[in-house]
Design a protein around this ligand. Structure first.
Ligand code: LMR
Length: 334
């Protein structure tokens, strides 16, 4: 039996947010995502789970739900806001439909030439402002996680932009990706990633765009005869939590989770780069898909064809924002 003194000390510690009572139930943190465990995001979620247990001494128990076991694409954002899950990591393309239109910048074609250019945005004032902008939606943004740069795959060779005309291509739910495909004469179709393989097999669509890691894990190379390594766009994630849940955590627990997230972010980004390189090697060796490395001249032609996408996005987020991003990116790559 606890003495009054011990009880008072436990209550005081609880009030100070420093500790939970011995034997208290762990705080449950449900992390839902839409891809398989053996993807960069899936591995990052597992690493965060491991580190969160370690750094909170088991006060937080992270439950990871991969492969849309709980929620699909846009549903997961709604579930987070409603508090049905505590953490999700949607791709940056999926924030526009939530009303966070500034996130559309991440889908702009050929904006980021490499990861250094991307970091200038995600790790600088622009990235910070983007995450802060989510607070009014009941969301706290914790980190940006990489997947990688996208290739375009289809049932025929894709060299010049004219080769895409008339194709039906799967996209994520994003107005920018819709504009991108329309600028190439493509008919865009929004389909959740786990359903894309079947849609290709049934010839409901002709192609899609993905970083190599997602293409391999979904086994899309079995059903796509051609792919062009165009690196025309980037696919990454924002790891976000329900703000009320986060603000209600004891401060020592929150600090421990922040540490776990920082380390899980570095881990995920390293894994993403290696996984994408490995995925390309594996798919090339498998031989079902013919991979074409886009030439400089082809790249210039795609950039010219995709120019209208910038005006489309500027109409929503303003040219001044796009220019600010372009100059941050240019400074980083000089
Ligand atoms: C997609 O829908 O293609 C991606 O957002 C999936 C993911 O989360 O990597």
């Amino acid at each position: 039996m606890k003495t009054l003194g011990t009880l008072a000390a436990v209550m005081l510690l609880g009030l100070m947010g420093l500790s939970s009572a011995p034997g208290a139930e762990p705080i449950k943190l449900r992390f839902s995502h839409v891809v398989a465990p053996d993807t960069p995001k899936g591995k990052g979620a597992e690493e965060f789970r491991r580190l969160a247990t370690l750094y909170t001494n088991g006060k937080v128990e992270v439950e990871v739900y991969p492969s849309s076991k709980l929620y699909r694409d846009l549903e997961e954002l709604e579930a987070l806001q409603l508090g049905a899950v505590e953490m999700v990591a949607p791709s940056l393309a999926k924030f526009g439909p939530l009303g966070a239109k500034e996130f559309e910048l991440f889908d702009l074609p050929y904006l980021f030439s490499d990861r250094a250019a991307l970091r200038a945005v995600t790790q600088g004032p622009i990235g910070k402002a983007l995450l802060q902008g989510l607070e009014s939606k009941g969301i706290r943004g914790l980190a940006f996680w990489d997947n990688g740069f996208k290739l375009m795959s289809a049932s025929r060779p894709l060299r010049g932009p004219e080769d895409l005309a008339g194709l039906r291509m799967r996209i994520q739910p994003s107005r920018v990706l819709q504009a991108q495909m329309r600028a190439l004469g493509v008919v865009p179709q929004v389909i959740p990633l786990p359903e894309v393989r079947q849609a290709l097999q049934m010839e409901m669509i002709d192609g899609t765009e993905n970083p190599p890691s997602n293409m391999l894990v979904q086994r899309l190379h079995d059903v796509q005869s051609h792919a062009t390594i165009s690196n025309h766009g980037y696919l990454g994630y924002a790891v976000i939590v329900n703000k009320a849940f986060w603000d209600g955590l004891p401060s020592d627990v929150r600090r421990a989770l922040e540490r776990a997230m920082d380390e899980a972010t570095a881990y995920t980004n390293a894994v993403a780069e290696a996984d994408n390189e490995r995925a390309l090697t594996i798919m090339r060796a498998a031989g079902q898909t013919q991979f074409h490395q886009q030439t400089a001249a082809e790249r210039d032609a795609w950039i010219a064809a995709l120019e209208p996408v910038y005006a489309d996005v500027a109409a929503r987020i303003g040219w001044d924002r796009i220019e600010a991003i372009r100059s941050a990116v240019t400074r980083a790559t000089q």
